[in-house]
Design a protein around this ligand. Structure first.
Ligand code: ADP
Ligand code: MG
Length: 208
């Protein structure tokens, strides 16, 4: 997977976020402040502009730019968290021109660690970690099983989707939704839903 692949991923994310913007906002209206879709749409629009202006030459430089743009442009909890995730992935890639599924797996673990460090959410707290952590585990397993990139990313996306759906019966213990206490039960977490979108976009980039 080279720089073009990661640029394609970002294009797929921007399109998916645009298409699902209202849905993400509705999820956030139920247990938050109804800005998650707008936050991410603004963020990835800015990311595309930043990438067009800088045309980074390595996957690492590209993802670091994605992360720092999200941190700058997206308010709310999700901007710094997603920004950190992308930056940590980019840093893990270093100067490599091409990365393997195993290297992507290591980078995803770094992203998850960064999100946990910043947000202090554990699995089961009803946050993006509930989609990110199973996705990272699924990719690690796919690498151990020797799957090709496309199959590995299929398994990763499926795990993120299941993780997001599994937030529905949970009570939120982190972020704005936690203010609702038991009333947060019965709704999908918007950040977990958008994390599933990010991995769906990665699968789409792999099958291009
Ligand atoms: P805000 O809550 O500030 O309005 P967004 O609506 O953009 O920000 O993002 C909300 C999402 O951020 C939540 O659905 C949740 O997945 C995620 N989130 C919030 N707090 C945390 C945290 N401490 N750790 C991980 N994820 C979090
Ligand atoms: Mg919100």
């Amino acid at each position: 997977m080279n720089t073009d692949f990661f640029a394609a991923w970002i294009d797929e994310i921007a399109a998916a976020v645009r298409a699902r913007r209202d849905h993400l906002t509705q999820l956030d209206a139920a247990i938050g402040d109804a800005d998650h879709g707008a936050n991410l749409d603004r963020g990835f629009t800015a990311v595309r502009e930043a990438l067009a202006g800088a045309s980074p030459h390595t996957p690492g430089a590209l993802l670091v730019l994605v992360g720092s743009t999200l941190i700058r442009k997206v308010g709310g909890a999700s901007g710094p968290l997603y920004g950190t995730a992308f930056r940590e992935m980019g840093k893990a890639f270093g100067e490599a021109a091409e990365v393997s599924p195993a290297e992507l797996s290591t980078a995803l673990d770094a992203a998850l660690s960064g999100v946990r460090r910043l947000g202090a959410a554990a699995e089961g707290d009803k946050t993006m970690v509930d989609a990110l952590a199973p996705a990272a585990r699924a990719l690690a397993q796919a690498v151990r099983d020797g799957l090709k990139a496309e199959e590995a990313l299929e398994a990763t996306a499926a795990a993120a989707e299941q993780g997001a759906e599994a937030t529905i019966p949970l009570q939120a213990r982190k972020g704005r939704a936690s203010y609702l206490g038991p009333r947060s039960i019965g709704h999908e977490d918007p950040g977990a839903a958008s994390t599933a979108l990010l991995f769906g976009a990665l699968r789409a980039a792999a099958s291009r």
